[in-house]
Design a protein around this ligand. Structure first.
Ligand code: PLP
Length: 283
């Protein structure tokens, strides 16, 4: 079966999809996106993702062309048509096509598309190799809570990390660890779960929010505050979270090993709790 895409209301083979060279997403990165997990042929936390999409779109003054419920139903239709059971939806909304001009045009019909991609299963909680993080300067803008398609600093940071033999780049600004190129970061310090507050420098990760809720249920004390870089190597545990990777325990920060060199108990308990939510809630 060919790869399918939902584009501006139609499901067609991906190879037949066409976007104008004057789409503002292409010319100005004028758009926002979402990545939504599919487990067992069903979406996970779809409403949370679509609400974040709406907030991101509103922040840059793009209207989501469908009501959130209708969009959710269209996404489910595409998943059924594409036959993906374990994977993700990539969704992109741009301002649309009009003659190139920096000024936001009054009349521009947004381009909305999404498609499903299969993903390999993540390692079971506590297993697999720990992630290696490379600290890089945070050169991003100050509205990182918007899930913008303008990802060049993230692309460069991640590529720098991979080229140097690491798995993910961790952004550091003025000695403060904010988040990673494509994930949120948590530390366990003095028995507390610590993570930077969301906002100008941190995306409100959907996985992050679920884990904070799981932490409350497990009576793990949470401290949302800026994390200093020197705290990273004395943390008992570090882990990173995202829709596609769920929870990855961190083995190394630059050239330093973290904790006991294996997944710690808090990381393990939280990843298991997340997977219980997945089993209970794929909607
Ligand atoms: N932070 C950044 C910069 C990201 O790109 C992502 C995911 O792509 C995340 C955090 C994690 O967000 P979520 O858990 O919603 O996937």
């Amino acid at each position: 079966m060919p790869d399918l895409i939902w584009i501006n209301g139609e499901i067609i083979p991906m190879a037949e999809a066409r976007i104008s060279v004057e789409d503002r997403g292409y010319q100005f990165a004028d758009g926002v996106y979402e990545v939504i997990r599919i487990y067992n042929g069903r979406t996970f936390t779809l409403t949370e993702h679509l609400e974040r999409l709406k907030r991101s779109a509103e922040a840059i003054r793009i209207g989501v062309p469908l009501a959130i419920d209708t969009l959710g139903a269209e996404i489910r239709k595409l998943i059924d048509a594409s036959g993906v059971r374990e994977g993700m939806i990539y969704l992109q909304l741009t301002r649309g096509t009009c003659a190139r001009n920096h000024l936001i045009p009054d009349q521009c019909k947004p381009t909305l598309l999404f498609y499903a991609r299969a993903l390999p299963p993540v390692a079971p909680p506590g297993q697999g190799e720990g992630a290696r993080l490379l600290a890089v300067a945070d050169e991003r803008w100050k509205r990182c809570w918007i899930k913008s398609i303008a990802l060049l600093p993230n692309v460069l940071a991640k590529s720098e990390a991979i080229a140097a033999g690491y798995d993910e780049a961790a952004f550091v600004e003025n000695g403060i660890v904010t988040e990673c190129a494509a994930s949120n970061i948590f530390a366990v310090i003095d028995g507390k779960l610590v993570t930077h507050p969301v906002g100008s420098k941190v995306l409100p990760g959907i996985t992050r929010a679920i884990l904070l809720d799981c932490a409350a249920n497990l009576e793990i004390e949470v401290d949302e505050r800026p994390l200093r870089e020197e705290e990273m190597t004395r943390a008992a545990e570090l882990f990173i979270t995202s829709t596609t990777r769920e929870v990855s325990w961190v083995a190394r920060w630059n050239d330093r090993y973290i904790g006991q060199g294996r997944c710690g108990p808090v990381t393990l308990a939280l990843h298991r709790a997340l997977q219980e939510r997945v089993r209970a809630q794929s909607n």
